[in-house]
Design a protein around this ligand. Structure first.
Ligand code: GDP
Length: 447
């Protein structure tokens, strides 16, 4: 039947080409083994070296994760204050910070850093991480235990913190000839970082940091491209990712599985509005100007982009009765935005006028939260919307937004990127097609 064609093909590869480990309890995280049913067969295959590295990481995480003997030993060392070179397990602690898209990208960056340096990644639960994501590693949690001693300092860590790596270098408290290093360091990788903080991305600093058992980082910056600039990581990275455009695609699909609540939001929306369409088009609109939308020039830009690039058909403004095609193609357009105005305009346009092709266009927007919020249920919706965008066939995203960036990466899509408007005018051309991982092609990290 018709609906069967939208549904699971049993032969789908539920472990995503070996990316995921088998053996998790399926009910505790339905999305983990069901995601392959909704994503198109990925064009990008993980390297076998990445797969073996992930399996090794999982063993390490099991040995060193919370409540293990090694973890407790490392905690003792943390309290003692000094590094010893023989630490059994070393850690990178990720502090929950910034918007959801940013957090997803920085967790992925921190995880890659952990893989490259044989560290264990522990994630600060913040307000909502366990509410949004399943556990990614078998057997042992990735969540930082709540009694982790420096946790009370997380909020106050900033560019000026005395125990940041950058400031300790600046004050010459540590340098490349230091013999006794502290047992923990704070790494400030937030957009206001200075030249000393950025030395983290240099080879000799990596050598210096290597024995420190606890590295605690705060970032709002997808720093994977910077890791590629560190010569001592080069060889390993090229073995892990022969195609460096796919780093986030693979790590994202490995790490981020929507919790059952979020998966419910995704599945219900997908089933109701997207599953039956012949084609799914995602349009992510993120406007950074602080005015109440919709902005006319942004509407113009979206329409210009989708028409010029043949993503959506033109409408016949003469309203001549369209030759009613017997078998019109049905396109479902998923709009995501904090504002409902862009959706309204597009919906009206395709309701009030026929398309010149006879195609039928449905426009849908799951939520319009009006302004950026951070309470749990808002982020559940934000995560569901990012994920739904990743399930589309064609994606249009806003430049400078990590929200759309996560969607494109998870979907392995080459999005059409709407240029950031300047001076309240629609840029011309309105958009261009990007790469699967656009940051790999510029040295300036997206914030
Ligand atoms: P960025 O600021 O666009 O890079 O993306 P972030 O995800 O880091 O921060 C923006 C936050 O604003 C998100 O986490 C959401 O909470 C909210 N937000 C922005 N755009 C949308 C949207 O289209 N839908 C929903 N539900 N929330 C959004």
């Amino acid at each position: 039947s018709d609906s069967d064609s939208q549904l699971p093909d049993i032969s789908v590869d539920k472990l995503l080409g070996g990316l995921l480990a088998p053996g998790f309890d399926e009910n505790s995280c339905l999305s983990r083994y069901q995601s392959s049913l909704y994503h198109k067969t990925p064009l990008h295959k993980p390297s076998s070296y990445l797969l073996s590295t992930l399996r090794n990481y999982e063993d390490l995480h099991k040995r060193c994760g919370p409540d293990t003997e090694s973890y407790n030993k490392a905690l003792k060392q943390l309290k003692s204050g000094q590094s010893v070179s023989s630490a059994e397990c070393k850690y990178v602690v990720w502090i929950s910070f910034s918007g959801l898209g940013n957090r997803i990208l920085t967790v992925a960056s921190a995880f890659l850093y952990a893989l490259l340096t044989n560290r264990v990644l522990l994630v600060d639960p913040g307000n909502d991480m366990p509410d949004l994501f399943c556990e990614p590693f078998p057997d042992k949690s990735w969540l930082l235990p709540t009694d982790f001693p420096p946790k009370h300092k997380f909020d106050s860590y900033d560019q000026k913190s005395a125990d940041s790596y950058g400031n300790m270098l600046k004050k010459n408290i540590i340098n490349t000839s230091t013999e006794s290093l502290p047992s923990s360091l704070y790494l400030h990788l937030v957009h206001d970082y200075d030249d000393h903080d950025k030395l983290f991305f240099c080879d000799q600093d990596q050598t210096l940091l290597s024995p420190v058992p606890w590295l605690i980082m705060k970032s709002d910056n997808y720093f994977v491209p910077s890791l590629f600039l560190i010569p001592s990581f080069e060889q390993e990275l090229s073995r892990l990712f022969p195609n460096k455009e796919t780093v986030f695609h693979h790590l994202g699909r490995y790490l981020f599985h929507p919790s059952n609540q979020v998966w419910g939001l995704i599945m219900r929306y997908y089933g109701a509005y997207l599953a039956k369409a012949d084609e799914r088009i995602g349009i992510q609109v993120r406007v950074f100007e602080v005015v109440k939308g919709p902005l006319e020039h942004v509407v113009d830009q979206i329409v210009a982009c989708t028409l010029q690039e043949n993503l959506l058909p033109e409408v016949d403004s003469q309203d001549s009765v369209a030759s009613s095609s017997r078998n019109p193609s049905v396109k479902a357009v998923l709009v995501t935005s904090l504002n409902s105005g862009y959706f309204d305009k597009l919906r009206d346009m395709y309701w009030e006028h026929p398309t010149v092709t006879g195609d039928v266009i449905g426009i849908y927007q799951p939520s319009h939260e009006e302004y950026q919020r951070s309470e749990n249920h808002h982020n559940r919706k934000a995560w569901a919307e990012m994920y739904l965008l990743s399930l589309t066939d064609v994606l249009v995203t806003s430049a400078w937004s990590t929200f759309g960036y996560v969607a494109q990466g998870l979907g392995g899509l080459k999005p059409w990127i709407l240029y950031k408007p300047e001076n309240h005018t629609a840029p011309n051309p309105p958009c261009r097609q990007g790469h699967v991982d656009r940051t790999m092609f510029s040295c300036s990290p997206i914030l």
